[in-house]
Design a protein around this ligand. Structure first.
Ligand code: BES
Ligand code: MN
Ligand code: ZN
Length: 499
């Protein structure tokens, strides 16, 4: 896919040349200077006349009409140089690749150094480029008869740089791995629930683990019964599909200590159960395994990059359905931890599944736990569709998750925890906890419920109900599943391993 070359001269490029352009560039120097003279000193005029724009996020195409070997030039507007960031680089490349895809280009040649600034070095730019390509051009292989027709795709990206070739090449590859892992998560989320049962999800995990020679464990219903996973099993009761507890271990250290537990909600379809959702609320509930997809995407990235860190991934998986055998409001169930739970709402099923998964992650030695879940509509009301809600019992761990999320450009924002909220989760006449204290602040109740099972283990909760999908397309992807948190979690693990 990528070829890195040194010693660029302007007529070496023969396909589509891509150049970054900052606003108010006083004089065109270096490659820009060469391009400008080849175009007969017309670049300044093109900018002035508005045919080429240096504004952030604007991609302008100029045909070279035989003046250069390259057939056309794509100028990528980058805005003000002093405001340019890693994130701007990534989204600008996203715009570029979308434009290339629309134009059905198969080969492009990028002058990498035209994107490099004091703050964003060649390695950063290469990472952003490598990541943006798979993210921005991702398309879910849907089930339309027409979409089986082959389409033209970008298959070759030549990267020209005067910086260290190996370093740039390595960064391109790392970025590409991040993008690919995220796309795997997107595909899982986009897959209809009739094609992705808990059993299918378990198969996917086994294939992933086998490919990278990772240890795995898939618990079936009987094993769960023996372990007393009454919370997850309650959710599964109404289903004809057997539940699965899916575990993958990645060992990056000599000893199985200092283990990060990544726990992802794997509800393959959420009807709400007897507390059934209104008909509009049912549409889209195939995405209720977005947390599972996020941790699987992260595991793929981790398995590729092999950081020196131990990770245990745990996914509790089932659908939440209705039948004569289904669990009901007023039921009391006993979780694996021994804590009993009064069911007040069968649509608050995610926290039940996650309760046993968190306990099981600790059982597998997790010293830190990060859970990811499409948990509540409440978080969408609170934070909208581009910010993931976070909660924690440990400042230091939260800081590290926050840093990772900032690095990859996936925003998170913390929700508060108070004793009053905690009391509500523990209020029940018949059990230790209840699964639905009310609509007021319910994103917080849901998170706190999971925290009851993390207990003293440092824990961060990420509610991705709003961020797991996007209703419209954006620079780094189409509408549909976003694959959110795969990159944050993989980065968290990578940075942990660097200590
Ligand atoms: N899976 C839903 C949350 C959800 C809503 C995800 C919208 C994605 C988009 C979750 O299981 C749920 O039903 N939550 C309820 C909780 C309530 C019953 C306390 C909710 O948010 O209404
Ligand atoms: Mn629900
Ligand atoms: Zn749900």
């Amino acid at each position: 896919m990528f070829t890195v070359k040194n010693n660029f001269s302007v007529n070496e490029a023969s396909t589509t040349l891509v150049v970054g352009l900052f606003e108010k560039t006083a004089s065109f120097e270096g490659i820009l200077g060469d391009v400008n003279s080849a175009l007969g000193d017309s670049l300044a005029t093109l900018v002035k006349e508005g045919d080429v724009s240096a504004k952030k996020g604007v991609v302008s195409k100029v045909h070279t009409l035989g003046k250069l070997e390259a057939k056309r030039i794509y100028f990528v507007g980058l805005g003000k140089e002093n405001q340019f960031s890693f994130e701007t680089a990534r989204s600008s490349f996203g715009k570029l690749f979308k434009a290339c895809k629309n134009a059905k280009l198969e080969e492009i040649e990028i002058v990498l150094d035209s994107f490099v600034t004091d703050k964003v070095d060649a390695s950063d730019v290469a990472h952003a480029l490598g990541e943006a390509l798979p993210l921005a051009t991702y398309k879910f292989a849907d089930y339309k008869q027409k979409s089986n027709e082959p389409t033209k795709e970008i298959s070759s990206v030549v990267v020209y740089t005067e910086q260290d070739k190996e370093e740039v090449d390595a960064s391109l590859t790392v970025g590409y791995i991040y993008g690919k892992g995220t796309n795997s998560a997107r595909t899982l989320v986009n897959t209809p629930a009739n094609m992705l049962t808990a059993t299918d999800l378990a198969h996917y995990a086994v294939e992933l683990a086998t490919k990278y020679e990772l240890e795995y464990e898939i618990l079936d219903k009987e094993e769960m019964e023996n372990l007393g996973m009454g919370a997850l099993l309650a959710v599964n009761k109404g289903s004809v599909e057997p539940p699965k507890m899916i575990v993958i271990k990645y060992q990056g250290k000599d000893e199985w200590t200092d283990v990060i537990g990544l726990v992802g909600k794997g509800i393959t379809y959420d009807s709400g159960g007897y507390s059934i959702k209104p008909k509009d609320g049912l549409v889209g509930m195939k995405t209720d395994m977005g947390g599972a997809a996020a941790v699987l995407g992260a595991m793929e990235i981790i398995a590729e990059l092999k950081p020196e860190q131990n990770v245990v991934m745990v996914i509790p998986s089932t659908d939440n359905m209705i039948s004569g055998n289904a669990f009901k409001p007023d039921d009391v169930v006993t979780s694996m931890s021994g804590k009993t739970i009064e069911i007040l709402n069968t649509d608050a099923e995610g926290r039940l599944a996650l309760a046993d998964a968190v306990t099981y992650a600790k059982h597998h030695g997790a010293n830190y736990i990060v859970d990811v879940a499409t948990l509540t509509g409440g978080v969408i009301i609170a934070l909208g569709n581009h910010i993931t809600g976070a909660m924690t019992n440990n400042e230091a761990l939260f800081e590290r998750v926050l840093e990772a999320s900032n690095e990859v450009g996936e925003m998170i924002w913390r929700l508060p925890i108070t004793d009053k909220f905690k009391e509500r989760v523990r209020k029940s006449n018949v059990a230790d906890l209840n699964n639905s204290p009310g609509r007021d602040g319910h994103a917080i109740f849901a998170g706190l419920f999971i925290g009851e099972f993390a207990e003293e283990t440092p824990w961060v909760h990420l509610d991705i109900a709003g961020t797991a999908t996007s209703s419209s397309e954006y620079d780094l992807g189409p509408s549909g599943a976003t694959g959110v948190m795969s990159r944050t979690l993989a980065t968290l693990v990578e940075r942990f391993g660097e200590e």
